[in-house]
Design a protein around this ligand. Sequence first.
Ligand code: FAD
Length: 144
Amino acid sequence: MVGTTQLVYASRARSAVSLSELQQINATAVERNTANGITGMLLYGAGSFLQVLEGDRANVNRTYHRICQDARHVDPTLLFVAEIREREFSRWAMRFTMLDQACGAETKALLAKLGEHANFTPLELSASTAFVLLRAVARAHANQ
Ligand code: FAD
């Protein structure tokens, strides 16, 4: 039996994306993911996205391919995909976080350490560094 699939990708926003567009993307993501049993996190900063999707393999695949067709971003690049035992981001249908508003000292310190705070470049991150960042943001939002 196929277990849960976890997928991470990075992309660049098509142009300067407004806050209302980001809110619209997240509202659609939460609605669709709730219906499809998908959980995860979406980070946005300096014109780039980093997203993790978790769920049933077929649903994660369908969702990722739909996201790749979206004209609001370009260069969707797969960083990681694997079967996992347990979801890591199970509390959110999609937790959206603007990195310049990232709460929590740990996240801010990590961004500074990665040299990522001013110029978030997830397309250049290794999968393991992407996870370090995603997990730090998840911890910062653990009670939200
Ligand atoms: P429809 O709403 O019917 O739209 C048709 C096409 O137009 C699709 O290709 C759609 O992507 C695109 N589109 C829709 N609105 C706009 C717009 N305002 N400007 C330009 N193109 C548009 N969806 C999820 O289900 N789960 C997610 O986790 C998720 N995360 C996302 C993360 C990012 C960074 C982005 C950019 C989008 C994300 N989406 C997510 C939205 C996804 O791309 C689809 O828009 C959404 O799933 C609806 O799909 P649909 O086929 O019903 O498209």
